[in-house]
Structure formats: C-alpha cells, structure tokens
Write a protein that binds this ligand. Sequence first.
Ligand code: CP3
Length: 359
Amino acid sequence: MPDGATLFERACRGERGSHCPVWIMRQAGRYLPEYRELRERVDFLTATKTPELAARITLQPMSRFPLDAAIIFSDIMTPLEGMGVGLHFDPGPIIEEPIRSAGHARALHPLEPREHVGFVMDAIRIVRDELSDDRAVIGFAGAPFTLFCYLVQGGGSKDFMEARSFLRAEPEAATELLDLLGRSMTSYLVAQARAGADALMLFDSWVGLLGPDSYRRFVVPVLRRTVADIQAEVDRPIIYFANGGVTLLEDIAESGADVLGIDWTLPLSQAVARLGRRSVVQGNLDPAALFAHREELGAAADTVLREGRAASAHIFNLGHGIHRTTDPDKLAYLIDHVHESSRRMTDESEQVGEVATGT
Ligand code: CP3
C-alpha cells in the first residue's frame, strides 16, 4: 500500500485507524439542493457525460461534509451505451430495446473505455486533482448480474421476472452476456483506476432476487473472474455490494473482493461471523434512520459502529442509497457523530488493551 494511503484505503486493506471512515451511497444526488439546482438546467445524462459537471457534482457533498471518500458521479448504466445499448433515464434507466433473444444478446460488443466512456476518466482526473490527499476517490461499475437485469427487463422492476426467466430459458446466451458484461466492466474499472480512482466498487443491486443455486451457477463464476482480472491489472481495493444478499453471504465471501458491503437487514457482527474473521465490511445503517430524531439517529449509528468492531476493519455507510427526501443537515450530524463516536470507541479499546497487557 502506498505510504500516502488515506484512512479509507487503509480500512479497505483491513487496518483500523484513529476513527471509522465514512461515505454515503448516492451521496451526490437529489437530496442536495445544489444538485437539484444544477439539474434544473442540465439533464442527467448530459451531466454524467460532461467531465467538468460530473466532477463538480461529485465534489458537492465533499464541500458540505467531512466525508472520507468521494464516489464519481455517473450511473451503472452509463457504459452500456458504448456497448450498443440505447437507453435514457426517467428517472430510472429505460432500455430502448430490451434483450429478449440469444441473437440480440450476442449482438452487443465489448466496452472500449477510452473510446466509449473517456468522459468518466476525465471526471476522475479532475476530482483526484481537486480533492485533498487525505480523501479517497471511488470509481464504480454495475456488477454483471445487475446490468443483465436492466438489459433484459428493460427498466426497473420489483422482481425482474423477464431477466430471471431469461437465465432459465437461455442459460448459454445468459452466461455469454454475463461474461461480456464482466469483461467490459473489468476494462472499465481498470481504466478508472489508471485515471486516479483509489478504490473500485461493484454494485450488485438485484442479486437478492436469486436463490443460492442460481447465484452460485450464474453469478459467482463471472464475479470471481471479474475481481481476479481487475486485481491482476491494478493494485486497488475492490468493494462488492450485494444488496439483499444476506442469505448468500457464504457464497459472496467467495467473490475475492477486499470489502463487502452489507445491507441493513443483518447486524454486521452476524455478517462477519458468516464471512470469516478477516473480513472488512462496509455499511449498514438503515437509510430510514436519517428520519429519526438526532438522539435516536446517533444511537442507531453507535449500534452499527459497535457491530462493526467484529470485523478486521469497518467502513461506515448506509445499508443502501440515501433517500432523496433526506434532510442534508441530518446527514451532516450523522457524519460528525460517526467520526467522534468511533474515535472515542478506538480510544476506549486502546485503554482496555493497555490494562490487559499491563502497560
Ligand atoms: O453518489 C453516488 O452514489 C454516485 C452516483 C450514482 C448514481 N447511480 C447517480 C444517479 C451511483 C453509484 C449510482 C448507482 C446505481 N444506479 C445503482 C446501484 C446502486 C443502487 O441504488 O442499488 C442502480 C441500481 C442504478 C440505476 C438507477 N439510476 C436508478 C434505479 C435510478 C433512479 C432512481 C433514483 O435514485 O433516482 C437512476 C438515476 C440516478 N442515478 C440518479 C442519480 C443521482 C437520479 C437522476 C436524477 O433524476 O437526477
């Protein structure tokens, strides 16, 4: 690990520091008045494709809050356009021609990051340049199965029935498509690392819809390959967030990712018990907790911090994206609270350690 590594990167590698690093999924977005103000003038896709704008939006929450990491403003669906997929946002992604046949799946082509999504790398360069060295930059991509879900379903869905049926009806074509997505997201994330991203994250928002057999058969192989291929190219920690995946934890541990994001439905100590002691976890406050009164919000955050002590290291986050009606002042309170409270817990555990060793 480079000497200048941030507290956040050290946590990703399993090292505990003076306090618990914190960032928030969807921290740049509609709950911020400055984001809404900018979006009145520019549509979402244009904002993601204009490096200066994407960088400015990425930095909006960084100016407001003492967050330990920035996540590049983009979307998991953005690179799919370069692979030959027509799409727009309203407000979620809509695929113009959903993939419903093996022939259509085979017509997509691999992503060439520099040619198709050079604007993301340009945005990363601006953000890395403007952000102080003690704050990390996270690059990200959709995990193959979640991208597959949107591509086949055509948009958001409660159960992604079309996508799950395609897995069963056309297992070979589905596997080929998942592979193509895995290879494309590998080159995309490697390019983001080379442009300056300090850590890389894969969002698997819909794996919670799969049973363990399908997860093992269709997801684990492509995920392991993706993680290993990225690690062979660049030395950056990889975070894997399997939303709704607490029933799959033993298999998720097989992914090879350095950090596992946990949703809010399982206490972190139980997640760690199932993942193995050496795991690093990220999460997992219920986004709804930000609607509680401050005292209760602080107590809920403390519970997450205490639970996180079971892991070798912990990165504080919500268990899923921040809701768009959240009060930004509440988030400011939460971030300060996490920093102060985790600093206190670290001091206390050091004192206990000193007593125990008689020093
Ligand atoms: O701050 C950040 O976290 C970085 C930016 C980011 C966005 N989307 C911006 C966005 C990230 C990391 C994502 C990931 C993403 N996008 C996921 C994975 C995480 C998850 O939530 O499970 C998924 C499934 C998507 C697909 C997507 N994009 C949906 C479902 C939606 C609509 C719902 C929503 O939250 O509005 C989008 C649009 C989108 N992506 C917006 C933003 C800020 C809203 C666009 C707008 O109207 O301004």
